[in-house]
Design a binder for this molecule. Sequence first.
Ligand code: UD1
Ligand code: MG
Length: 464
Amino acid sequence: MTIENSGTDGTFLAVVLAAGQGTRMRSTTPKVLHEIAGRSMLAHVMVTARAAGAARTVVVTSPAQDDVRAHVEHTDPDATTVIQHEQHGTAHAVLSAAAEIEAAKLPVLVLYGDTPLVRAVTLSAAVDALEDRTSVVVVGFEAEDPTDYGRLLVHGDTDRSGHTSLERIVEHADATAAERAVTFCNSGIVGLRASAALPLLKAVTNDNAKGEYYLTDVVEGARTNGDRAAVVAAQEDAVRGVNSRAQLAEVEAIWQARRRVEVMESGVTMLAPDTVTLAFDTKIASDVVIEPNVYFAPGVTVEAGARLRAFSYFEAAHIGRDAIVGPYARLRPETRLGEKVRVGNFVEIKKADVASGAKVNHLSYIGDADVGTEANIGAGTITCNYDGFAKHKTTIGPRAFIGSNSALVAPVTIGEDGYVGSGSVVTKNVSAGALAVTRAPQVEKAGWVEKFRTLMSRKAARRV
Ligand code: UD1
Ligand code: MG
């Protein structure tokens, strides 16, 4: 669940259109479930709508989209879904939520599930623009290439709050050459005043090039009633829709660029920001330094002063204050590093608590483990946590020293200040303060090399 159950206080009803096939994605996953920064596009839109003050969200789905409906429920327990049985256009899609619109008695804001970067301030501005004589508001943008977008035909006057008035929206397919030259376009986000919403939607016909019920026709409808339609402007990047994998990547890049700036503004240093990948929920405290090519999957928190060295990969892990991690470290889910922990190169840690001051400096695997404060884990140490059937725990006490190239066969406990000799395979618990060594004793044969060489050269001479 990504949205807390926060009741239904709010200023508008969000209707999110998600019934489209998304064929250009060439995917078995519905388009709106494709992810940006580790969260579905649909969840981005739902979260933003709630942040902008949506009382409730209704998502319009197609009959086959059981997975989308389950995802909506998981994302926001207050949200509901409706089914649009056949797709006859955007106005038709919104009308599949007619019962919810009727019951809500709130302004309606139509959003697209495949337009995930829209900002909450833009949505609140759109809702605020709806007033007595303004029945419709459209979020518009200047398009670099307006092809395929609906064109916003505006006229000179503005409403009391200074919003541009909109005369009509003409879809690309229906536009004249002169209208196609217009670059001010419809983002698709449309707001409707509460009492005007259903009458305007019901008045839309399908008399156009595509034979669809265009939501954009509510603009003319409002004007026919003597009401106004207003425009709120947004940046093109914020209203970019996703129809293909290439556009998914573009939108991801825009999201990443935006969030990196926010993270740096909050006091984090990034040596090569363009190479750092953040997740939607990454939390990084101030004075953290992030070296190049660090990847954050969802669920990561980093406390102040930590240094995240190059080429490290983190997922659902917590990194404590002043810890140093990497280069080339991998922290997997349920890893918690305490203060000043040091994790070095080619170390993988999974589901482990590594207490303050402990060091895991090189080439180790620590999984299903507790590592005590100030413990030192030597190079190449492996916690053998899996016996082919179940996972078992390794507990390493405070200040314990694990010699290099040791295998700790779990379940096993190394007591406080315990010492494991290098190269040991530890299968029994080690008492506090004790030394455990399991390797074969070293033997030495004086003068062996000379005898060996003589023997071997004689053999070689006989072969010729
Ligand atoms: C729509 C707008 C256009 C705008 C553009 C912005 C209309 C008539 N046109 O055009 O002015 O510039 O978006 O991207 O509104 N959907 C349904 N059910 C339907 C039809 C569509 O759920 O029956 C959903 C789609 O999944 C999609 C969204 O509504 O998320 C928009 O539909 P789409 O067919 O992409 O509209 P466009 O022709 O791009
Ligand atoms: Mg479209």
